[in-house]
Design a binder for this molecule. Structure first.
Ligand SMILES: [Zn+2]
Length: 351
């Protein structure tokens, strides 16, 4: 991304898109009962509350009635339908890290086990986006958590902590290409959630090969544990690698969230908050729910002079519903240099 003169003036920035992640699948309801919705009605209401507070993209996971994270496609469909009806302006982004367990023996026979995550492309009503990881990677979501962060929560249980520490995300090349193809066929946008610049380079190569003809809408996920750490140098390196046509949101974990979001607001990038990322206020004197986190970002953006996008504006900024026909169009629209034509020498440019 080019930060030429004037790029730090708010009149030259897109309006701020706030993504809320209010479902916190890594926590149990008793970890933060005031803020973790369990009933279907409460999960739908949480989306409405986030939207009314200023969030326009909702990162969706869903809980069963017993409070455990759901892996059932039907439960996701139920929540998506409920939110669409109650809060039609919200951009719905399903967290693609979830793999669905078959609901019955019959389903198990019908779906290849490697294929279960492709079922995200079959969600009804269709979400606006499904997040995707690129390249199989460690995802130790606990590496940036301190002992105080988890004290008194379910993650203080060594067995649970072990499971989350050892988590890996399967996202090999064949699966990724097929998944993007299926999402695009169903008019669902692929939202790239990237751990580091080498994953961004893989996305660029896919676009160059014509197997990923979509807008580059991405989140830099700086949570450590196989992902970048949320420091200035990694951020600058990643931002430099993003082409000018991409739309970049920043994400990190625990008390890194607010400082990184403040940088995103200042740089003209976009933010994500919510209890999936952090449950504490900055001095760790109390827990802080998702709506309060959204309201805090709205206050900061307002003080800074940067307007917050409404639902329609977020949809436009995020290029929801936009798909490209081939590699050339994809590279041009996202702001990458064109592919090299045989015999062409020197540096590449579009015009
Ligand atoms: Zn998630």
């Amino acid at each position: 991304m080019n930060f030429n003169d004037g790029s730090l003036f708010v009149e030259n920035m897109q309006k701020l898109v706030i993504t809320a992640a209010p479902y916190g699948p890594e926590w149990m309801p008793e970890d933060f009962p005031e803020d973790i919705p369990v009933s279907m009605e409460a999960q739908i209401q949480k989306a409405v509350d986030c939207y009314n507070a200023g969030a326009t993209v909702l990162h969706v996971h869903v809980r069963e009635a017993d409070g455990k994270g759901s892996k059932r496609l039907s439960k996701f469909n139920e929540l998506l339908a409920g939110i669409r009806a109650a809060c039609p302006g919200m951009v719905l982004q399903v967290g693609g890290s979830i793999s669905f367990a078959p609901e019955s023996e019959g389903d198990a026979a019908k779906w290849l086990s490697d294929d279960t995550r492709h079922m995200l492309a079959e969600l009804k009503p269709t979400p606006d986006q499904v997040t995707i990881a690129i390249n199989t990677n460690q995802m130790n979501v606990c590496e940036q958590m301190t002992a105080k962060d988890v004290a008194g929560t379910s993650l203080a249980d060594p067995a649970l902590m072990h499971a989350y520490r050892e988590m890996t995300i399967p996202a090999g090349p064949a699966w990724v290409e097929e998944h993007i193809k299926r999402l695009s066929a169903n008019k669902i946008q692929t939202h790239f959630q990237l751990a580091s610049i080498n994953q961004l380079e893989t996305v660029e190569r896919m676009m160059r090969r014509g197997v990923c003809n979509v807008p580059l809408i991405l989140t830099w996920v700086a949570i450590g544990g196989g992902f970048d750490a949320p420091n200035l140098y990694n951020l600058a390196n990643f931002v430099r690698g993003c082409p000018d046509g991409s739309v970049l949101t920043l994400e990190t974990s625990m008390r890194n969230v607010l400082p990184l979001n403040m940088q995103a607001i200042a740089l003209g990038l976009h933010v994500r908050c919510g209890i999936e990322d952090n449950i504490w206020n900055q001095k760790q004197t109390a827990k802080m729910g998702t709506v309060a986190q959204i309201e805090q970002l709205v206050r900061i953006a307002r003080e800074f002079g940067r307007d917050v996008a409404n639902g329609d504006e977020a949809r436009q900024i995020y290029k929801i519903g936009t798909f490209y026909k081939d590699a050339d169009e994809t590279l041009a629209k996202n702001g990458f240099a064109p592919n090299r034509v045989p015999g062409q020498v020197g540096f590449l440019q579009h015009a």
